[in-house]
Design a protein around this ligand. Structure first.
Ligand SMILES: [Ca+2]
Ligand SMILES: [Ca+2]
Ligand SMILES: [Ca+2]
Length: 280
């Protein structure tokens, strides 16, 4: 599927934003929509964690066709989607946190092949996938919140090896992380929010090849719930900020230079909305 920039703001019941940066989506029910086999059509990956079944369905014209099925699929995988080798087909990063096992699978025609595997992968990573350095290949931002370690990691499927692009062992332990192409450079950035401290940071790859703070607000409100999405379709991920208690909704977007500006604000926003965003 081609990148979608359409946004649906449903003002009656919810706010839904669709932002498909790499052309894949994860629904909240554990279904994954992406073009795995590269035929330009969205496929569905179905994962039954209780039974240990993994299935890929592709649209056959009039009905779904099973492209792949595994009934002894491990029940403990966390699934993250990305195009790690940049061939236009969506790959799967499978992470078994309890075992410390990470695998990247790419579609090789009729089945999956292993692009990268690490059986001694740290068990404590929080994984965020995006193209952080803008080379059209997905990378992983790995965050060990307990230890305060942040690592930007990319894999080289030809060598079946991984490479650390950036590492910080004294990364703050209190960040909530929201990835997205906030600045519209084609590179995924991280919006870091320390709710307790009231600190908001945009952290990303600058044009000199450094992963660093691009914007910071140390007096950021401590009560926001954050929902990223490209609301106005300008290829920049905006932040919908919702202070449920105060009944304030703010749409915050990058100004094209180096800061955010308020695109919309409502101080009498209903305090009882549930906000839904599609997770990419
Ligand atoms: Ca397909
Ligand atoms: Ca791929
Ligand atoms: Ca990359």
């Amino acid at each position: 599927m081609k990148t979608m920039h359409s946004i649906i703001v449903c003002t009656t019941l919810m706010i839904c934003s669709i932002s498909v940066v790499f052309g894949y989506n994860k629904a909240k029910d554990g279904t994954y929509y992406a073009d795995f086999n590269g035929d330009g059509k969205h496929d569905i990956f179905l994962y039954d964690k209780t039974k240990g079944t993994g299935v890929v369905w592709g649209w056959g014209g009039k009905k779904w066709k099973t492209l792949w099925e595994n009934n002894t699929f491990r029940k403990t995988w966390q699934v993250h989607l990305g195009d790690f080798d940049g061939n236009g087909k969506t790959d799967m990063f499978l992470y078994d946190k309890a075992k410390g096992h990470g695998v990247v699978w790419g579609w090789s025609g009729k089945s999956w092949s292993t692009l990268w595997e690490n059986k001694t992968f740290r068990k404590t990573w929080q994984v965020h996938v995006g193209d952080f350095n803008g080379d059209k290949k997905s990378d992983m931002f790995l965050y060990d919140k307990g230890k305060g370690t942040g690592v930007l990691y990319s894999i080289n499927p030809k060598q079946k090896k991984g490479k650390t692009l950036w590492e910080n062992k004294t990364f703050r332990k209190t960040w909530d992380i929201y990835p997205g192409d906030i600045t519209g450079t084609g590179k995924t950035a991280l919006f870091l929010y320390d709710k307790k401290a009231g600190d908001g940071v945009v952290f990303g790859w600058d044009n000199k090849g450094k992963f660093k703070t691009l914007w910071e607000n140390k007096t950021f409100r401590k009560t926001w719930d954050i929902y990223p999405g490209d609301v106005n379709g300008d290829k920049k991920v905006d932040l919908f900020l919702y202070d449920k208690k105060a009944g304030t909704g703010v749409l915050f977007g990058w100004d094209g230079k180096k800061t955010f500006k308020t695109l919309w604000e409502n101080k009498t926003f209903r305090k009882t909305w549930n906000v839904f965003t599609m997770v990419k």
